[in-house]
Write a protein that binds this ligand. Sequence first.
Ligand code: SAJ
Length: 573
Amino acid sequence: MPLQLEGGRIVRWEVRHIGVIGPGIVGMPMAALLARARVREGSEEPARVTVVQRASPTSGWKVAAINRGESPIGGEEPDLQDIVANAVQEGLLRATHEMEALRDADVVLVCVQTDRAGNAPDYGPLFEALDLLIPVLRGRPPGNVPLVVFESTLAPSSMATVIRERFAAGGLVDGRDCLLANSPNRVMPGRLVERVESSDKLVAGLTPAAVEAVRRLYAWIVTRGTLHPTNSLTAEVVKTLENAYRDVRIAFAAEIARFCDEHDIAFFALRDRVNLLLAQGDDASHDPTAVPTGGLLVPTVGVGGHCLPKDGILLWWRRLESGDNGRSSLILEARRINDESPAYALRLAERALGDLSGWAVTVLGVAYRADSEDTRNSPSLVLARLLRERGARVTLHDPHVRPRDVNVVRAGFVDDLDRDLVRAIRGADLLFACVPHREYVLARKTLLGGGPRLRGVVDACHLFRPEDLRGRRLVFAGLGQGRRDPEEGLVRFVAEGFRVVERAVAREVRGLVDFLNERFASSSFERAVFEEVRRLAGTCVTGCRIGEPDAPLPEVRPFQGFLPRLVRVGLLT
Ligand code: SAJ
């Protein structure tokens, strides 16, 4: 009997077969690491892992690739390829299009992408997968209560409402016929394997038994991080909050950098001094390849990817649905500020170079982040569109993005993408550096040598150093790369502004937690506690130190007439 419950507690558990639905950047490393770990939970034999991928025109090919021992994840992913190849060879990992293969699964990880539609989550693909999975699990062998773990990001309250209800409607009652758990991923492209092994991970569920089961399973693969048991609502809030607060700290940095650019002040020097005062520093001001984790984050051409642009809104979903207009929200204001960034980068270029109509502009970096092939919500594509609207002739270069990438096609640039760097820069009048791919970092000097027509360089990703430009007759504009040292008064002003923002986010989240508890927590086990949310957010590897909501409000007066929008909203919170 694979999973036996008595009085809501697990008395026996055997894990022989693990299913993973969706071999994307979350599912593939999880499947590969579970296979490599040779999970022997209640059984002598290592559990085999089956990956399920629907036969879709865009991703159906992954099944054959995995079965050949090839990782379907592009970009630079240390170790993943070897782990997949070995696991397939040992017969512990395989892939299929058939959900039916999970009939005898003891555990199923759901790693299907979730999205946003307006102010609400879009669970279309997730529900499609569940509607195939639930009937299969209903026909499971007798006595087998499967553990179903959601790795996908879920908007707070989803587990207790729409997910639980979907299973119940399909005849599977949580705690009796299945155990529903969620353990939101904290993966990062480029570091997928390392992140799973070494990041702290939340292990949550709708019942204590689900939490216990997922904790036991993940202990096999999270070998250098700590597992934090909690309930589903708390995990949903913490997950969306981590990305929302990252978005806020980027927006605050963007506002400060825009002020600095206008006054020729060195933003990155300012950033380091502010972060020192806040005791939240990192290496990102000096190393374009470092993952920013400090208090004040790094301004770029914009905030892209699948997570940051949506998670703050998902955190607010139920509140907005209830009729709140969200106008007092600092998290939602940050979203608007970050959405303005591509247009700001263009203004920066025009300030330095004038009208760009007729210019041949090469955009360096189309993926939304360094060393990745992922173009979802890429701000480079927004910038490219704006440049084209200005009459510029745009060429896109990216060493990782595939020629017929769906987002490049959708943005109307399929014929303008070139993966050959020398060719892409040869005819350029202007280089617009957007993403610090390693290839660019290594070729900084070559890039600036450019071609015979090169007249200007705009650096929106802090790729170049002053010494790279010395002796070159190029007009240069760098986001945050003013020349004047920041004065002490500005450093203090920004640090105090950060304190206001930090306190306001804490208050906003506390209010959201109270609201969610009141409407959606049906037992004391299901309630979220703000202090626990704060503590768990603090285990996020890229830094999510939520402030003290009742800290005294620092006194902030405008600096030379400048008061960031986030500080303005924060002072009212
Ligand atoms: N960005 C900035 N400035 C910064 C940091 C990032 O402008 O200082 C931009 C990036 O250029 C990019 C976007 O933000 O366009 C997002 O990049 P990211 O590196 O912050 O994060 P993602 O979307 O690749 O992954 C995030 C991560 N979340 C956190 O660090 C809190 C990752 O750990 C999560 O697993 C992932 O979201 C997810 O799936 O939720």
